[in-house]
Design a protein around this ligand. Structure first.
Ligand SMILES: Nc1ncnc2c1ncn2[C@@H]1O[C@H](COP(=O)(O)OP(=O)(O)OP(=O)(O)O)[C@@H](O)[C@H]1O
Ligand SMILES: [Mg+2]
Length: 331
């Protein structure tokens, strides 16, 4: 548990943070979002004291972070930034093992750990371990950055726009990977982004900031359904229901009664396009709007699993707890 209490930060003349209160539960992924200059990075950096707050308290697992040794604190918290900051003269494996080395792990143990972490982020240690970072793509470098941040098994991970510098497809893959890794390792994560869809996709909770203050702190569904004020509503745009839909998959809406299964089988036989249970609900909506009256749904083995029609894609009956991301994380 991380508790930020009445955090203030002044730079000469600039009030970067005002009266920030934020509780982040263990294992939760909290996204910080808001207009440029609103204080996201500053807030993130107060947690491991790369930035010292001017006032307030930071309590991590019951301990006052402002009273602990800042160097030890920093080593105990993983940190990932936009352009990774890998050391160019060190191999990928050595980069990942940096914090374990600082912590005095013996060489065999830390290199073994580095290889485990590379496997976790889906980089083959045989292929990539002894390469230098300059020979990796941007997306691969981000993966190494995540592996490095996780190497010493910190309870807390700070991520400042980690996926901003990669192309949209790589970005989606990295988001998917982060959700998968989070399912395995369950870290407490503070994640800064500019990207609203990324925030909604990844966040257990979203903290929207403006001018150094927290405007609303809620789960994505609540944020979109019940914006605290006009600024929040405007920030998330004109199509909040479409954005909410993006957190759901076809599995949340599929009809599985006998008549629907029969209709789906018939449509498939007639050559209709199908979707799978894990297809995003927004993608299914797009296909339905394109003219197909119903979509057969198949499971991963290709067997008929049901169908969805336009009228099924209503969020009114779908509790937030049924969302795809939550269910995947709970699996
Ligand atoms: N070292 C510094 N010295 C003086 N002012 C600073 C310093 N770092 C940040 N600021 C100011 O504090 C405010 C918050 O900056 P911060 O970097 O936290 O914003 P941000 O929300 O991360 O913005 P962005 O989305 O552009 O990354 C800004 O007005 C910024 O100019
Ligand atoms: Mg920033």
């Amino acid at each position: 548990m991380i508790s930020l209490r009445n955090i203030e930060k002044q730079y000469d003349g600039v009030q970067a943070l005002r009266h920030v209160n934020l509780d982040i539960a263990d294992g939760e992924l909290v996204v910080l979002i808001g207009p440029s200059g609103c204080g996201k990075s500053t807030l993130l950096r107060t947690v491991n004291r790369m930035t010292e707050p001017s006032a307030g308290q930071i309590i991590i697992d019951g301990r006052n972070a402002l009273e602990s040794d800042p160097v030890l604190l920093r080593r105990s918290i993983g940190y990932v930034i936009q352009n990774v900051g890998l050391f160019p003269h060190m191999t990928v494996r050595e980069n990942v093992a940096v914090v374990p080395q600082l912590l005095g792990w013996d060489k065999a143990k830390r290199l073994r750990r580095a290889d485990e972490m590379l496997e976790l982020v889906r980089l083959d240690p045989e292929r990539f371990g002894s390469r230098y970072p300059g020979l990796l793509s941007g997306g691969q470098q981000q993966r190494v950055g995540i592996a490095r941040a996780l190497a010493a098994d910190p309870a807390v991970l700070l991520m400042d726009e980690p996926f901003s510098a990669v192309d949209p497809i790589t970005r989606e893959q990295l988001q998917e990977e982060l959700l998968r890794i989070q399912r395995d390792v369950r870290k407490t994560i503070l994640f800064v982004t500019h990207d609203i869809d990324e925030a909604i996709r990844l966040g257990d909770k979203i903290c929207l900031m403006r001018d150094g203050a927290v405007v609303q702190y809620a789960d994505p569904d609540t944020m979109l359904r019940q914006p605290a004020d006009a600024f929040v509503a405007q920030f998330f745009g004109q199509e909040p229901a479409l954005r909410r839909l993006a957190r759901h998959s076809v599995a949340d809406f599929v009809r599985t009664d006998a008549a629907s299964l029969a209709a789906a089988a018939k449509a498939l036989n007639e050559g209709a396009a199908s979707v799978t249970l894990t297809t995003g609900a927004r993608t299914a909506l797009s296909k339905l709007l394109d003219g197909q009256p119903l979509l057969p749904v198949v499971d991963h083995a290709g067997a008929v699993a049901g169908l969805v029609a336009l009228a099924d894609l209503t969020l009114a009956q779908t509790p937030a707890a049924a969302s795809h991301v939550n269910r995947v994380l709970a699996a």
